[in-house]
Design a protein around this ligand. Sequence first.
Ligand code: CP
Ligand code: NVA
Length: 300
Amino acid sequence: MKRDFLTVLDLSKEETEDLLNRAIKMKSSQGMSGCPLIGKSIGLLFDKASTRTRISFQTGIYQLGAQAIYINANELQLGRGETIEDTARVLSRYLSAIVIRTYSHETIERFAKEATIPVINGLTDLHHPCQALADMMTILEKKGRLEGIKMAYVGDGNNVANSLIEASSLTGIHLTLACPDGYGPDRTIYERAASINADIRVMSSPEEAVRDADVVYTDVWVSMGQEGEASMREEVFREYQVNRRLLSLARPDAIVMHCLPAHRGKEITDDVIDSSQSVVFDQAENRLHTQKALLEMIVR
Ligand code: CP
Ligand code: NVA
């Protein structure tokens, strides 16, 4: 039975713990992890831009002994009317797994339904689960635990926020999201996490959310595909900037996280992202290690 990773909750709590521990071990072995995927081909089908996801997967796949095949979605017959389902059936005959970055989450679900190989979500409008794995690893490295950590997410209730909700519900992180009215996280995702007794709260005050936090996290105000709303969104989110004043309300040893790319001077200021409290580049590096551990776990 093939295993997909479309959302964080496709892994159990125990699997997530194993994966994070394996990723930490892989990191300490500096890329030498044996070649469990030797001779395999893994596709990377991207509909949107990417720096971290694409390059960390390509590098990690090579380090595991397989080859990565980057596929620009516009260059497939998909763009000329071949269906997602037929594309999934055909690519399953060549590849051992596929990473997909696209717009609608439904697209990746349709692909995964017909594919006979593992499908990994490299970001959709609704979820960014690979990012959340690297985020959990980074918190574990910096704080030594996940259970009981107080995390504040400030800004747009987007794909990154939705996956952080699911990751927090699995790991026991206390997550408070500060989002403007009408820009909160996905209701279904939030209610499901809340229903399993996770400590997830949504509010509108960034100050209240950040007070005494161990982790302060933010993401862009304008996600890929929302460029047409940019000026309106910049107005709506103006009070949601992570700056020195806001960060001073968190614990003195709080770490600052951002999935990147950052829009400096918008959701985060230079003096915060470049400060000693910022862990954003360790976080970006950890994409490589957690994705290698994920591939090792689900690719056969
Ligand atoms: N954080 C992240 O997914 O970055 P990319 O868009 O560069 O892949
Ligand atoms: N929320 C952002 C994340 C980019 C990694 C986006 O979807 O564009």
